[in-house]
Structures are given as structure tokens and as C-alpha cells.
Write a protein that binds this ligand. Structure first.
Ligand code: KG4
Ligand code: ZN
Length: 335
């Protein structure tokens, strides 16, 4: 029987609601982004994010239902991101979802944000079925995940310090480009020479495929300080390209090694950094040479949205994985 899921996402700086049919068909997806508000502070200010979610959420929900041509009564379940993320931001979505579930008598489903990001690939690639390996790289996370089944996930590697997106945002800030840094570096790097500076590609000595991006971040900052002290002119496009080359090299090499180890013939990309043009092309080329196919969602499904949450909620519904009305926001929820 057909299932309509209403998805709600408010873990960071996007207030989003979406309706999906049987998980993979998106009937509506509304995203209200706060980027312009946080831009002037150079990053997300948690308190402002929570207030913006409160102001936006009712209208975003109404719009999602209207665009799907349905009412709350037609919905089979309400799926909401319950973690990880900013606690005050998460609480807005979770409280709204609980209130709606209670008032309309609908089941509630708590969704892990990272699992949601992975599911964006199922929306875009209708033929895709687990098992596959997924690189989830966003502003808060960098994980390589073995997606064994629709609701079964195994972490193969994670970052030991910064997330990849966090490094993009930081380097963008020191280059004076703005926030969020990923898309700005991506665009500027296209005009630069990626061999202009050599930045470290860190592989840990313990044999794990975990990431560490704090070294490359520090190396770029030191490079800029040295150039400044010597009064040397720097070419921002060259630095952006060289930094991006270092980060994407590591993301590709570790993910391909993890996929080979797991015996997976498919690598998918997810999270905001999956929108990166060099990551996409480099991964496709390098994995292709190893006989591994690479899939990724369009940029709008890489960054935060609620369609991915509704999709994930559908597969949890099939497993009767419902949440009680006591569901709470879990800022450090484990995968
Ligand atoms: O998934 P997302 O929207 O939010 C989190 O869950 O964190 O990811 C946002 C992150 C930001 O750090 C942003 O700079 C990065 O994704 N990002 C990119 C690109 N587009 C967004 N990083 C590299 N290249 C891009 N084109
Ligand atoms: Zn995200």
C-alpha cells in the first residue's frame, strides 16, 4: 500500500519540510535557508538558528503539504531529524513533529541526520539498492559508511578532528571569501592552479581509513601567514585549488580503499561536500579505474533538505521503527 511521509529537518541552518510517496518519489520539498542571516557572522550562530526555525517552520510545513496537494490527514507518518545537530535547532523540528503527530493521531519517526543524507542517493537513483558504500561529508561530519541494508549502517571510517565541510568553511574565511565556504572555494578553485602549493594529504599511521583535516587547515593558514610576513602577493584561486585538491585526494583515496575492503562495487556521495565538482569528477575517475561505479545526488539533495529525512522515515516505517511522543533532540546521536 502507498505510504505518504511528511519529513521535517531543522538540525542546522535550513528549516525544511517535504512529502515523499513510498520513500523515493518526492511530491514536495520546501527549504527555507538561513544562510544570508548567518553570513555576516562568518558561520552559524546557534541561538539565531533556533529563532529562525521557530519563525519559519509553520509556513514551511503548510507549503510542503500544499505543494504535495494533500492535508495532514492524508499522511501515514511524520519523520523528523532528531540528531545529530544543534540542540536548540533540532528541538524546534522535534517539538513541531511531536505536536503534529499528537494532534493528528499520526505515528512519529525519529531520523538520524546522516542516514537521511545517505538516503538522498535513493531518491535520485531509483535503481540503487543496498549494499553500497557512502562517503558522507558535510559541515559537521565526515564518515565512510557501509550501507548494508535500508536500515543497517556500519561506520568504516570517520574524521578524528574537523569535518571536511568545516575545513572548507575555515579556509574560505581566512581567504576572505565568505560563508558557506564550500561553494565559494569550488567556484574560485576552477580558475586556479592546484599544483601551486603542496598541502598535506594525511593518512593515519595506525592503518585505519579515518580522516584528519586539521593538518591541511593549519598548513594553509601557515602558508598565508608566511606569504604575508614576506610581503608576497598570494593568488587566492591557486590556494583554493591546492587546498581543494588535497582534501578531495584524501576523501577519494580513503573511500575507494574502504569500498575495496568492503567488496563494494558502488560508491555514493552524500552531504554538502558531495556537491563539490572536483570531488565528484575525481571520485568518478579514480573509482572507475578500479571498476567501482560512483553515484551522487544533485546539489540540492546534497545539502540539508527534508526529502531525504522523509525517505529515510519510509524505510523505518517498513520496520515499524516508530518513536514515542517523548522523543527528544539528541545533539550527538550515534549512527
Ligand atoms: O550537509 P550540509 O548542508 O549541512 C550539514 O549537515 O553540515 O553541509 C554543509 C557543508 C558546508 O560546510 C559547506 O561549505 C559544504 O557543505 N559545501 C561544500 C560545497 N557545497 C556545500 N563543500 C565543498 N564544495 C561544495 N560545492
Ligand atoms: Zn546535513
Amino acid at each position: 500500500m502507498d505510504k505518504l511521509i511528511l519529513g521535517i529537518e531543522s538540525s542546522c541552518d535550513e528549516t525544511a519540510a517535504a512529502v515523499t510517496l513510498n520513500g523515493r518519489t518526492v511530491l514536495s520539498s520546501i527549504i527555507n535557508t538561513q544562510i544570508d542571516i548567518h553570513k555576516k557572522y562568518g558561520g552559524v550562530v546557534p541561538e539565531i538558528a533556533s529563532r529562525c526555525h521557530i519563525n519559519a517552520i509553520d509556513a514551511v510545513l503548510d507549503e510542503a503539504l500544499e505543494a504535495a496537494g494533500i492535508t495532514l490527514q492524508d499522511i501515514d507518518a511524520i519523520a523528523v531529524t532528531c540528531g545529530p545537530g544543534l540542540v536548540g535547532a533540532l528541538l524546534v523540528g522535534v517539538s513541531e513533529a511531536k505536536a503534529l503527530a499528537y494532534a493528528a493521531g499520526k505515528p512519529l519517526i525519529g531520523v538520524h541526520h546522516i542516514k537521511g543524507h545517505i538516503m538522498a542517493n535513493l531518491i535520485e537513483h531509483k535503481e540503487l539498492t543496498p549494499p553500497f558504500v557512502c562517503l558522507v561529508a558535510s559541515g559537521g561530519h565526515s564518515h565512510i559508511v557501509n550501507v548494508k541494508d535500508y536500515t543497517e549502517f556500519e561506520i568504516l571510517a570517520r574524521t578524528r578532528d574537523d569535518a571536511a565541510g568545516e575545513a572548507f568553511d575555515k579556509i574560505s574565511r581566512v581567504l576572505g571569501l565568505g560563508y558557506p565556504g564550500g561553494p565559494l572555494i569550488d567556484t574560485l578553485a576552477a580558475e586556479g592552479n592546484e599544483n601551486a602549493a603542496e598541502f598535506p594529504r594525511v593518512t593515519l599511521s595506525d592503518g585505519s581509513l579515518d580522516f584528519s583535516f586539521s593538518g591541511v587547515k593549519t598548513a594553509v593558514i601557515n602558508y598565508l601567514h608566511n606569504a604575508e610576513q614576506k610581503g608576497e602577493e598570494i593568488n587566492k584561486a591557486d590556494i583554493a585549488a591546492s587546498f581543494q585538491a588535497a582534501v578531495t585526494d584524501v576523501l577519494c583515496d580513503h573511500t575507494i580503499a574502504a569500498a575495496k575492503k568492503a567488496g563494494s562495487e558502488i560508491i555514493t556521495l552524500a552531504g554538502g561536500v558531495a556537491a563539490n565538482s572536483v570531488l565528484r569528477s575525481k571520485m568518478t575517475k579514480r573509482a572507475g579505474a578500479e571498476g567501482i561505479k560512483v553515484l551522487y545526488p544533485p546539489p540540492v539533495l546534497c545539502t540539508d533538505n527534508a526529502a531525504m529525512i522523509a525517505c529515510c522515515g519510509y524505510y523505518q516505517l517498513l520496520k515499524d521503527d516508530f518513536a514515542p511522543l517523548t522523543l527528544n533532540a539528541s545533539p550527538s546521536l550515534k549512527l
